[in-house]
Design a binder for this molecule. Structure first.
Ligand code: ZN
Ligand code: ZN
Length: 426
């Protein structure tokens, strides 16, 4: 029996649960919840995992859920889905479009939509979990189905880890996750090595000395210092980082003063840095500090600048060997619908989980655009304009074949480790 036979044996049950999964998805899509507020989603997930025989740990780091299915000796595989939605007003025109609203962490009333497709991740993982539970004879080992809160705010994985995740569940040997991206539905794309960027957000406050706009000699002008910093920060990427290392540094906000004739006391800058490996990341962050301090010194400020690191996302760097195994399983399962995917500039907090367990992982792209629509846009040369991307009010995966493919991909990846020993060749 080949790995493909094992995948087929588990996936055979999909026909029986497909319409139920589709209903679950449509319901979830119509009832999105912001990060750390995924109570309804988590309750429904936990209930369904229990119904098919999983030992369920819930309330981890707030709303996190892990289902554990022990099925004899063998490796342990962790599958992860994120559950949260975004403060976006949905404009997809779908019959199950969200009209939901919520109060965000800062107390504002916001519209909520699954504009990043995490509802698809949840439904695919639930489907794969059920099929694996129903086909226990086809594999052995332990399966962990992890449903993570708050990927978008960047602290959901951290909260689960801070709440003792590592000691709560059996130690996995490998971790897998997938994300819907605007490629044709039915396709899966793997990538060895760097896949998603690390993101760092830095808030800088430069303290000068305020004075009348007519008397700059009495002031230390924070507007001038902030301006020098903005320009000088551009030299980090252009002069300090190798051309072969992709890094982005953006100053997205500069705030100082309220009037043309008053030199303000201080200036605030918000900086966003994207990098793909820890060495460049560390170098860039250190260079930001160095330049901010030096510019303040150059202007003779009497008070040190404040440099505060905000939300950060780690880089997603797929293990080469694990990715090769999964890519082979995808080729066996999907034929030419399996391929590779290019480097993405988005970020994820998934890798914190495998990093905390000190295990390898791979994370792949799941196509989610109607293949005909995609092909037509491609022929017109208008993919960038016509195909909504994640976080757009018009973004929503086409239900099929995205759902079937996502379920099968999770099963195929799991079985690279969990298929019975005589089933391991693809
Ligand atoms: Zn997102
Ligand atoms: Zn996402």
């Amino acid at each position: 029996m080949t790995l493909k036979d094992s995948v087929d044996a588990v996936v055979a049950g999909l026909d029986d649960i497909r319409s139920e999964l589709e209903d679950f998805y449509a319901d979830l899509h119509a009832h999105p919840e912001l990060g750390h507020q995924e109570h309804r989603t988590a309750t429904r997930v936990a209930q369904r995992l229990r119904d098919c025989g999983y030992e369920v740990h819930d309330g981890i780091g707030g709303t996190g859920v892990v289902g554990v299915l022990a099925n004899g000796d063998g490796p342990t595989v962790l599958l992860r889905a994120d559950m949260d939605a975004l403060p976006v007003r949905e404009d997809t025109g779908l019959p199950y479009a969200s009209t939901a609203g919520a109060t965000d962490a800062s107390g504002r009333q916001v519209p909520v939509a699954h504009a990043c497709g995490h509802d698809m991740h949840v439904t695919c993982l639930l489907g794969a979990s059920r099929l694996m539970a129903a086909a226990r004879r086809a594999w052995q080992g332990t399966l962990l189905a992890l449903f993570q809160p708050a990927e978008e705010p960047g602290d959901g994985a951290d909260r689960m880890l801070a709440d003792g995740l590592v000691d709560l569940v059996p130690h996995p040997d490998v971790a897998f996750a997938q994300h819907v991206l605007p490629y044709p539905a039915g396709q899966v794309g793997t990538r060895a090595g760097s896949f998603l960027s690390a993101a760092d957000n830095i808030k800088i406050t430069v303290h000068g000395r305020g004075a009348h706009g007519s008397a700059p000699q009495a002031a230390i002008d924070p507007v001038v210092i902030a301006s020098m910093i903005v320009v000088r920060l551009q030299t980090i990427v252009s002069r300090e980082v190798a051309a072969t290392q992709p890094v982005v540094l953006t100053v997205g906000s500069v705030q100082a003063g309220t009037s043309g004739n008053v030199i303000p006391e201080s200036a605030d800058l918000l900086v966003n840095v994207r990098s793909y490996d820890e060495d460049s990341r560390r170098h860039v962050l250190a260079a930001v500090r160095r330049i901010v301090k030096a510019e303040c010194d150059a202007s003779g400020t009497s008070r040190e600048p404040e440099i505060e690191e905000g939300i950060r996302f780690p880089p997603t760097v797929n293990d080469e060997a694990v990715t090769r195994e999964v890519a082979a399983a995808f080729t066996a399962t999907f034929g030419e619908r399996a391929g590779t995917v290019e480097l993405q500039s988005a970020s994820e907090d998934f890798s914190r989980i495998p990093d905390a367990f000190d295990i390898p992982y791979t994370y792949w792209a799941l196509g989610c655009v109607d293949p005909g629509t995609y092909q037509a846009a491609r022929q017109r040369g208008t993919v960038a304009q016509d195909i909504p991307v994640n976080h757009s009010p018009r973004f929503a995966p086409v239900l099929q074949p995205t759902l079937d493919t996502g379920v099968q991909a999770l099963i195929a990846a799991s079985l690279t480790r969990l298929a019975k020993r005589d089933h391991t060749s693809p």
